[in-house]
Ligand binder design. Structure first.
Ligand code: IP8
Length: 266
């Protein structure tokens, strides 16, 4: 492990897809963020990538009530939907891997449905796959439908829970970064509110009037992200929410320790 340490970065589903329209990808955003990842990799940082599901996962999960586990009345449709969502997620993951490959980076996808069980931050599964010793193969995983050992049979493991466990358990993480799609960081009000202002330092007791669009999002939206991020910040000094469309801010943060965005405090 080199002295620069690791960066754990989540490409939010709202950044890499259009969340409202089923299976619509934002290739330009993926390309830009991959270029930044390349720069970081060239500078010797070891990266771990997590990504969200956006419209490749949340819409069908919502429609088929996947988060609440098996429902005998619609069991058959649900089982088909689970297969469909898992395959959608691998497709989205492959788009990110392909985009990295185009610029000379090798990323290895680790679909959680194949190695993780259970939902929430106490899911089980061997996290050693993320503990790469150099930066020539970047591990990448994503929020997914996973099996559960209880009567629910399946459920949704969010990329935010993966961010938490990876940041807490893999050694030498110096930065944990959540990239958002359309905002500069955590805001005081939903982004469409004219009074919305950027919160530069967020800690647990800060009140935000977040807009968790539960009609689309089947995990916890910004609320779950914030909860996990605060927990991560107890261990990792640099936990940030940034605008994923402003790659220069990611570089500025890594180089100077600060930028426009929200720093999460314990
Ligand atoms: O977007 C959700 O992951 P997230 C995964 O990281 C699915 O919360 C399949 C909806």
């Amino acid at each position: 492990m080199n002295s620069k340490g690791r960066i754990v970065i989540k490409l939010g589903g709202g950044l890499i897809t259009n969340k409202n329209l089923s299976k619509t990808i934002n290739k330009e955003a993926i390309k830009n963020v991959c270029n930044t990842i390349k720069q970081l990799n060239d500078e010797g940082y070891v990266l771990i990538i997590v990504h969200g599901a956006g419209s490749y996962g949340h819409i069908l999960s919502k429609k088929m009530d996947i988060a609440n586990g098996i429902n005998n009345e619609i069991q058959e449709q649900q089982i088909n939907a689970v297969q469909q969502i898992r395959s959608n997620m691998i497709e989205l993951n492959n788009e990110v891997i392909k985009s990295l490959k185009k610029i000379g980076l090798v990323a290895i996808g680790h679909p959680p449905s194949k190695w993780a069980k259970g939902i929430g931050k106490d899911f089980t599964g061997n996290l050693d796959i993320f503990e790469t010793i150099n930066n020539d193969k970047i591990p990448i995983c994503f929020g997914d439908v996973v099996d559960r050992d209880d009567s629910n049979k399946f459920g949704i493991l969010s990329g935010d829970d993966l961010m938490y466990r990876i940041s807490m358990e893999i050694p030498n993480v110096n930065f944990t970064i959540f990239l958002l799609g359309d905002v500069d960081g955590v805001l005081t009000n939903p982004p469409n509110n004219v009074n919305a202002k950027l919160i530069k330092n967020y800690s647990k007791n800060d009140i935000t009037n977040t807009s968790h669009s539960s009609d689309i999002d089947v995990t916890g939206g910004i609320d779950l992200k914030l909860l996990r991020a605060v927990e991560i910040s107890k261990k990792i000094e640099n936990v940030w929410f940034l605008n994923g469309n402003r790659s220069e801010r990611i570089m500025q943060l890594i180089h100077t320790g600060t930028t426009i965005g929200t720093k999460i405090l314990p």
